[in-house]
Ligand binder design. Sequence first.
Ligand code: PEP
Ligand code: MN
Length: 337
Amino acid sequence: MIIFLKPHLTLDKEKEFRKFLVDRNVNVIPVRRRDQTLLVVAGRFGELAKREVENHHYVEKILETDKPYKLAGMSFNKSGTKIKLPKGTVIGNKHIVIMAGPCSVETKEQIMTSAKEVKDSGSQILRGGAFKPRTGPYDFQGLGKIGLHFLREAADRMNLSVITEVLDVRDIEMIEKYTDIFQVGTRNMQNYPLLKELGHSRKPVLLKRGMWATYKELLLAAEYILLGGNENVILCERGIRTHVPETRFTLDLNAVAYLKHETHLPVIVDPSHGTGRANMVRAMSKAAIAAGADGLLIEAHTNPLKSVSDADQAISMQELKKLVKEVKRVAEAVDRK
Ligand code: PEP
Ligand code: MN
């Protein structure tokens, strides 16, 4: 159950109401939003207490839900969460959003050229990792802060928004200055201290599904961010581990159809990591949009074979342009733009 307090209720009145709840053995976690506090009931709730709460003059309404993810569940916001970025792009409306760029920011020149190509393709958001979660410690770990600087400059020059990965709680404040969207990678989906801290930011967070995670685990991970008061969570299907050796991961498009029924949060698909093969990315992009995804996260490189990370799945900029064009036609066929 979620208790919506009346908007602009003073802290004193909120305190008084919390005392009223404690007296009735009701445990809550407060969620502070712009002009309203929600109290999420953590445990069970007696019928009597429920009626008393519902009729309390500090309460606007209550919302009952039997889901373990109370804020992420569909009943919380049936019209769907729409996330507005500073440059005007909205994630979660009729328009399909495309985030594209290299796996890693490699050099200033590389990201500058990439930004121009990404813009020309019709994509809205520039991706590029400056902090890379590499499987091996000897592999390129990313340029760090200077990479963020290059990424931001390249995006601004082309009027694109930025998405980049945050690996470590200690980097949040610094990365926040450069990015429009935080990316949480598959390996960090259950890094709860990181998720909690991102809950205190108001910048959108794209949460990638753990390569081993169930849908429920993904939604509960999103709940950690939402519980901090950050309403701007985007989910991302990026492929899971299966017995298939021919692809790097198996892109689970079931997740898209499932999540679109189960949550109000936007769903993005990453067919690059989901396949690990450049020649499969365009086909799976179209399939993702047909399945109901709100957008795509694509790895594209100005010289794919020379890509310092994830070269096998990097598509060329010409291929990106072709992909965007074809995706637009699929989008129209499923009543999107
Ligand atoms: C990436 O987007 O480059 C990345 C590391 O993704 P994932 O966390 O899905 O492996
Ligand atoms: Mn990558």
